[in-house]
Design a binder for this molecule. Structure first.
Ligand code: KIV
Ligand code: ZN
Length: 392
């Protein structure tokens, strides 16, 4: 079945290698990009934006190499609505069975007037011409209205209608500067569905940036209003504050499937942790500890009340397990906030029988040490046991 045919499937379009790379102070080599692309392919993403072939000889080569190497994902190249960009995309992916050309032009007044210095009619004509040109290379053509989030809705509707007429099979609605709020963004998608004739002929996609921290919320709202493709990056990389984070949106869809009326993705959740680490290492971009799903603190429990709850039933404070995204387990920080149950559980983990020490006394010693040190580790607990035995 083509990725466009199942109405409940959310197509995951990964742009770590394009929008994600744009956020790095350095560019990635073809080898580095290939390694990431292979991991994304195994992760189960549907489309991989492999680069922007017109931008440099190196990028052209990366797109060429990666496009030939993918086993499952559809390779995609980016092109402005400029004929030489579209040709560069077509040429970079020549010989590949199925590939996508993604062409874009800005549609908001500020971009049209101040950046492109064109009229709305010029923009419409450039879009039509380049979509048609791209269709000469492939029948999988995506068109994006850059800065759609700030584009007047009447003009946006006309642009989308025009793009579909010209042959776009996916029409992407980017919130390029992360300006919209979820209800507002959802209303844009609803408006398009209500007003654009033949909208069902294309997949409606969204591409949300995170300037106000809304990228995941906006993307989820959009699929509740009919969008069926989400553009995202591993670890939420991307221009400025980043793009919608792949791991967040995918795990939200998986965990809240019922609320989302059965929408699903084909992502292999267990591969998320290793892909996140690989992207972080290759891009030299550490994952912030408090990053949802993949941060080192995302499955750590610190307060005594939480630790006690998790020891009795993990679901008290874990809405999903670290194992489900490929981590080996949760982390319990031993601090002065930890309770007796926690200390006993740690000692059991280290192989000490409950009757081989006096828990109350060890706990008093632990609290004194934790107040002095801040954080206590397994080897500290073993030292406390040693001193308890020596003092008796
Ligand atoms: O943010 C944006 O609008 C983009 C487009 C090229 C889709 O990255
Ligand atoms: Zn973007």
């Amino acid at each position: 079945m083509s990725i466009h045919q199942d109405p409940n499937k959310i197509i995951i379009f990964d742009t770590t290698l394009r929008d994600g790379e744009q956020a790095l102070p350095q560019s990635l080599s073809t080898q580095q990009k290939l390694q990431i692309a292979m991991a994304l392919d195994q992760l189960g993403v549907d489309v991989i934006e492999t680069g922007f072939p017109i931008s440099s000889e190196g990028d052209f080569q990366s797109v060429q190499t990666i496009s030939k190497s993918l086993k499952h994902a559809i390779p995609c190249g980016l092109a402005r609505c400029v004929p030489k960009d579209v040709d560069a995309c077509g040429n970079a992916m020549k010989g590949v069975d199925h590939f996508r050309i993604h062409t874009f032009i800005a549609t908001s007044d500020i971009h049209v007037q101040d950046k492109l210095k064109k009229s709305r009619d010029d923009i419409m004509a450039m879009a039509t011409a380049c979509i048609k040109q791209a269709r000469n290379y492939t029948d999988d053509v995506e068109f994006s209205c850059e800065d759609a989030g700030r584009t007047p809705i009447d003009y946006l509707c006309r642009m989308v209608e025009n793009a579909i007429k010209a042959g776009a099979t996916t029409v992407n609605i980017p919130d390029t500067v992360g300006y919209t709020l979820p209800e507002e963004f959802g209303a844009i998608i609803t408006n398009l569905y209500n007003r654009v004739p033949n909208i069902d002929k294309a997949v409606i996609s969204v591409h949300c940036h995170n300037d106000l921290g809304m990228a995941t919320a906006n993307s989820l709202t959009a699929i509740r209003h009919g969008a069926r493709q989400i553009e995202c990056c591993m670890n939420g990389l991307g221009e400025r504050a980043g793009n919608c984070s792949l791991e967040e949106v995918v795990m939200a869809i998986k965990l809240r499937e019922k609320f989302l009326n059965g929408l699903y993705t084909d992502i292999v959740a267990k591969n998320i942790a290793r892909t996140s680490t690989l992207v972080s290492k290759i891009c030299n971009e550490p994952v912030p500890p408090h990053k949802a799903i993949v941060g080192s603190n995302a499955f750590a429990h610190s307060s005594g009340i939480h630790q006690d709850g998790v020891l009795k039933n993990r679901e008290t404070y874990e809405i999903l397990t670290p194992e489900s995204v490929g981590f080996t387990g949760n982390t319990m920080h031993m601090t002065a906030r930890s309770g007796r149950h926690m200390i006993r559980a740690c000692l059991r983990n280290l192989g000490y029988e409950d009757d081989s020490y006096d828990l109350n006394e060890i706990y008093d010693r632990f609290l004194k040490l934790a107040d002095r040190k801040g954080q206590v580790f397994d080897y500290d607990l073993e030292a406390l046991l040693f001193f308890q035995k020596r003092d008796h």
